[in-house]
Design a protein around this ligand. Structure first.
Ligand code: AMP
Length: 464
């Protein structure tokens, strides 16, 4: 099926030609006709599936072809896209510009950590599509810079990440400012229970589209299990990195302590490595990330929560040094590789203690993963499983969320008081907005108070 057959207008087809897409991806095939029809949509699709074009193309077409739904004397924005991170916001807005190059629709991106004034100035002029991270959007709302009363289409992109990062209160505040009559599109990597609950409250009789993780990743991401003894994992990892000549690898551990120890050991053995997790200072995290992105650091060791806040595209190698407690995190982890059509490899070092976690993962992704025994690392067939070290750093399973969100405001209290980040209460010391490069400012709003109109809000530490 071609893009034309999906009902896209000539201006969009020309733009798609220019960017070189010939065929729609599965999520695009399913989502585009639904969005064009005006229906609400709940879509499970990871980054890398082409989801951005899946909502951007029909959104552009609706705005270009339909009369303004909520006319106002002054220019008001007609479509709002919320994303968890500034990088994703930028990417989405780039897509809007790219696909909408032949249309007379205007767009802008706003996120925290940069000077607010140029954004405020741009908001004074005509604007059709606003892509924003929630905290900075609310800053502008507080300053009276933006009127959300004309929004016809709302998109929540990577909604699961937004919930995970504590944006729920911000999103609810934004929702309260939107007109009732509008189209809602919710994209999430998985249909985890907390997303379903959230979607139930937000969406009106939505169409559901699910691009199963295993088919979206299997095409580009090679997944493999290396059965290995507990104590041989580090040596196996080193061998994989060195023999495979891996230049850039993201390694996941279950605990902060484990991340530190592994990074130190690798580094000592001559493989440049650093750890990022919730106990690291903002500057240490930034340093590790930029070194990794610049290719100066071969290995970045991360915990799940720490990795969620960062956008690193197109990683060739992801290693699960330890399997995650929650199967959905496996999906998130391997989603870090094989992006943008690039190939990727996601391998898991699995010892006898983790067999149950592995079974849970395989059930979730409905896929049996290939086992490869590396000569010299054959696991002891008589090894007895030990209970997984009670990670002082274990995160709350994401399944806990529905109860919290279902209970409304009061239920947010634990988060506001300092949510568990890798099991540690998050410190709430202020950090200047400009010091938080990867994660948009103001995830959790502390006690939720905000000096009206000042745009100055208490900032959390940004520790992830
Ligand atoms: P996304 O999942 O939206 O982050 O997109 C992942 C990557 O796929 C991006 O680099 C897009 O430019 C690319 N892409 C999206 N749709 C298509 C398509 N139909 N054909 C080829 N590449 C695409």
């Amino acid at each position: 099926m071609s893009f034309a057959e999906l009902g896209l207008m000539p201006e969009l087809l020309t733009a798609l030609d220019a960017v070189g897409y010939t065929n729609p991806t599965p999520i695009q095939r399913e989502a585009i006709p639904i969005v064009l029809s005006g229906r609400d949509l709940l879509a499970a699709a990871q980054t890398g599936t082409g989801k951005t074009a899946g909502f951007t193309l029909p959104l552009l077409q609706r705005l270009a072809t339909l009369p303004v739904l909520h006319p106002a004397p002054k220019h008001r924005i007609r479509a709002l896209v919320l994303t968890p991170t500034r990088e994703l916001a930028s990417q989405v807005e780039e897509s809007v510009k790219q696909y909408g190059q032949k249309l007379k629709l205007s767009s802008m991106v706003i996120f925290g950590g940069v000077n607010i004034n140029p954004q405020r100035d741009r908001l004074q002029r005509k604007l059709d599509i606003l892509v924003a991270t929630p905290g900075r959007l609310l800053d502008h709302v507080g300053q009276g810079n933006v009127d959300l009363g004309g929004v016809e289409i709302l998109v929540l992109d990577e909604a699961d990440r937004m919930l995970d990062m504590g944006f729920i209160r911000d999103i609810k505040r934004v929702l309260a400012l939107l007109p009732k009559q509008r189209q809602n599109l919710l994209f999430s990597a998985t249909f985890a229970p907390e997303i379903k609950t959230f979607a139930q409250n937000l969406l009106d009789n939505p169409a559901k589209v699910e691009v199963a993780p295993q088919t979206t990743t299997a095409e580009r991401v090679e997944q493999r299990i290396y059965p290995v003894d507990r104590d041989a994992k580090k040596a196996l990892l080193q061998q994989l990195i060195v023999d495979g000549d891996w230049k850039q690898v993201l390694v996941f551990t279950r605990t902060k302590h484990g991340a530190n120890r592994l990074a130190e050991q690798l580094d000592k053995d001559g493989i440049p490595a650093m750890a990022i997790h919730g106990n690291k200072s903002q500057s240490a995290r930034e340093k590790a990330l930029s070194a990794f992105k610049a290719g100066k650091l071969r290995v970045l060791v991360a915990t799940d929560i720490a990795a969620r806040g960062i956008d690193i595209d197109a990683l060739p190698h992801v290693v699960n040094y330890e399997l995650p407690n929650v199967p959905e995190d496996y999906v998130h982890r391997i989603g870090r590789t094989g992006r943008a059509g690039a190939g990727g490899e996601a391998v898991s070092l699995v010892c006898v203690d983790e067999h149950k976690l592995l079974a849970d993962i395989e059930r979730t992704i409905r896929q049996k993963l290939e086992r490869v025994i590396v000569p010299g690392f054959e696991p002891d067939p008589n090894a007895k499983p030990e209970p997984l070290r009670k990670p002082q750093a274990a995160r709350q399973p994401r399944r806990d969320f529905p109860q919290r969100s279902a209970q409304g405001h009061a239920a947010q209290a634990p988060r506001s008081a300092g949510p568990q980040r890798d099991g540690q209460p998050r410190s709430s010391g202020g950090v200047a907005a400009g010091n938080r490069p990867q994660i948009e400012g103001g995830r959790d709003r502390g006690n939720g108070s905000r000096p009206a109109g000042s745009g100055q809000r208490r900032r959390p530490s940004g520790n992830v």
